[in-house]
Write a protein that binds this ligand. Structure first.
Ligand code: RB5
Length: 146
């Protein structure tokens, strides 16, 4: 299982924290940057992560900016991507069980490292429930075809 990860400057510290946490669990990480806290543009990183997931280079994506809002908007522009902005463990669980989210978005200025670590762990280990939720997810993707 590979996880693509990327952030802008506002998400850099949280990205590094989450990356190291996942690497400590022997999860293979593809890090698309950014590499420091110098001001940069979040769409550049969110699109790289989203493309890696859409093209199956990675099974999952994690995108981080100041609030998580900008990166989630960008990632959701890509076909096949279901990015979910999660601020709690419950949201991470539901994003997987009900929405089959394949990209996790978080805010470096809004979510503590400890909560982010737990959100990432839940996101990466929770299965989609399928059933009626498959019908709903299918309706999302039928919209992107129009
Ligand atoms: C950067 O200042 C900030 O606007 C960005 O990280 C993000 O929060 C945008 O949604």
């Amino acid at each position: 299982m590979s996880v693509a990860i990327g952030s802008d400057h506002a998400g850099f510290n949280l990205k590094e924290f989450v990356r190291k946490h996942l690497e400590s669990k022997n999860i293979d990480i593809i890090d698309f940057g950014t590499a420091d806290e110098q001001s940069t543009d979040y769409p550049d990183y969110a699109v790289k992560v989203g493309r890696a997931v859409a093209e199956k280079e990675a099974a999952w994506g994690i995108v981080i900016c100041g609030t998580g809002i900008g990166v989630s908007i960008v990632a959701n522009k890509l076909k096949g991507i279901r990015a979910a902005l999660c601020c709690s463990e419950y949201m991470a669980e539901m994003a997987r069980k009900h929405n089959d989210a394949n990209v996790l978005a978080m805010g470096g200025r809004t979510t503590s490292p400890d909560i982010a670590k737990r959100i990432a762990d839940i996101f990466l280990s929770t299965d989609f429930e399928g059933g009626k939720h498959s019908v709903r997810v299918g309706k999302i993707h039928s919209l992107t075809k129009r």
